[in-house]
Design a protein around this ligand. Structure first.
Ligand SMILES: *Cc1c(COP(=O)(O)O)cnc(C)c1O
Length: 219
């Protein structure tokens, strides 16, 4: 199966309201281009420099989501390239994004990364801290909170991710009902190659898939 075949098969499988994000870390610009040519609309990048290389080949034929850990000194480049930052996990980072977006007159959509597994070594905000952080960010005119993203603890069995996806969806729904000013709870990004079907069952509307597209395994 080619990269293009894998993308087309996934696009066919996913419900209409769900967006496929192609997780491109470690792939060449040519591989990323192949996914876009097959209809992939969103490329997810973990590293700004790698994104710049792929962007040089693909340009605005796709939308670009940042899904890695964003370092402060990379924010300036990131805000000019990316259409969304899915991994916002601190007010300080939001403030830096605000500062760099201001002169560009650009509003950056962001997702709050939730550390749903409450893992010490992991990035993301604890579920119980999300509302407070969103409230602080909502005062920044060039940063727009548009939903939540989570990884969940990695495990051999994708079923193990289900409770974390479920808790994140419940948080998403609760935040939506609170209707925090300046925020719009529209996107819930969860699920990767092994776990995306479970994430779909738990309400994800963005799934982030790499291995299953580029390493051509599975069915
Ligand atoms: C690599 C990555 C993915 C995709 O993982 P696969 O198992 O290769 O599908 C999704 N989300 C993030 C944040 C990643 O870094």
């Amino acid at each position: 199966m080619s990269i293009g075949d894998n993308v087309r098969r996934l696009l066919k499988e996913l419900p209409e309201e769900v967006q496929l994000l192609v997780a491109a870390k470690g792939r060449t610009p040519a591989q990323v281009m192949e996914a876009v040519a097959a209809g992939a609309g969103i490329i997810g990048e973990n590293y700004v420099q790698e994104a710049e290389e792929a962007f040089a080949a693909v340009g605005r034929k796709a939308r670009w989501h940042f899904i890695g850990h964003l370092q402060r000194n990379k924010v300036k480049k990131a805000v000019s390239l990316f259409d969304m930052v899915e991994t916002l996990d601190s007010v300080a980072l939001a403030a830096e994004i605000e500062k760099k977006c201001l002169p560009l007159g650009k509003e950056m959509p962001v997702l709050i990364e939730v550390n749903s597994g409450r893992e010490r070594q992991k990035t993301g905000v604890l579920p119980e801290d999300a509302a407070g952080i969103i409230e602080q960010i909502s005062g920044l005119p060039h940063v727009k909170v548009m939903g939540l993203m989570t990884m969940g603890p990695l495990s051999g069995d994708p079923e193990d991710a289900r409770p974390y996806f479920r808790e994140t969806r419940q948080l998403f729904t609760a935040l939506r009902q609170r209707g925090l000013p300046g925020t719009e709870m529209r996107y819930l990004s969860m699920g990767m190659s092994a776990s995306y079907r479970i994430a779909l069952e738990e309400g994800a509307n963005i799934v982030r898939i790499g291995t299953r597209i580029f390493d051509c395994a599975g069915q």
